[in-house]
Ligand binder design. Structure first.
Ligand SMILES: Nc1nc2c(ncn2[C@@H]2O[C@H](COP(=O)(O)OP(=O)(O)OP(=O)(O)O)[C@@H](O)[C@H]2O)c(=O)[nH]1
Ligand SMILES: [Mg+2]
Length: 168
């Protein structure tokens, strides 16, 4: 089975590493290090996450990026050969959507492939609905999926949608 490379990207704390830990069928490689800035959590990805998953007859290799801009050279490296992009954004942090758009534009300029916007933290107060996130990105609503990356029953949903868009 030809592995299909998917890049999981988005701002700090969106849930990229969480998603890969929830879904991976192989031992996850992560590179979380103690956060040196106040980012609302103890650790942050400094290079990449890697995990694998069988989904709808495909073998996916998931590569998670760092969220911090100072590691943007990794966005470049991890974009190479990606066949799909999953951009994660927090529904309760609309102030971070411009940073998310910056990452999406960067990755799509290197890998012009289908993308899905995964909206996390929908259980929190004062959230943006997926419809509003879709409007922000100018993305069709069917490319925007609300889900909880901590929940094994939901975590594969945005990836299933991405596979439909890739159309393999
Ligand atoms: N309440 C809530 N918490 C969530 C949700 N999704 C993820 N989290 C939590 O939010 C945090 C996300 O952290 P990470 O998975 O490290 O985020 P990341 O995107 O890898 O961040 P960086 O590597 O720092 O860029 C974790 O503490 C998760 O448990 C959600 O839908 N709701
Ligand atoms: Mg991470």
């Amino acid at each position: 089975m030809e592995p299909l490379k998917v890049i999981v990207t988005g701002p700090v704390g969106a849930g990229k590493s969480t998603l890969i830990r929830t879904l991976s069928e192989t031992e996850v490689v992560d590179t979380d290090a103690a956060a040196t800035e106040a980012i609302g959590k103890a650790t942050t990805t400094v290079a990449l996450d890697h995990g694998t998953l069988h989904l709808d007859g495909h073998l996916l290799h998931l590569f998670g990026t760092p969220g911090q801009e100072r590691f943007d050279f990794m966005w470049e490296i991890l974009s190479q050969g990606a066949l799909g992009i999953l951009l994660l954004v927090r529904a309760d942090r609309p102030d971070k959507l411009p940073a998310a758009r910056n990452i999406l534009d960067f990755v799509r300029s290197r890998a012009p492939v289908p993308y899905v916007v995964g909206v996390t933290h929908l259980d929190r107060p004062k959230v943006w609905r997926p419809e509003e996130v879709a409007l922000f990105f100018g993305t069709p609503l069917e490319q925007v999926v609300g889900f909880d990356p901590r929940d094994p029953a939901e975590a594969a949903r945005p990836l299933a949608r991405l596979l439909e868009l890739i159309g393999t």
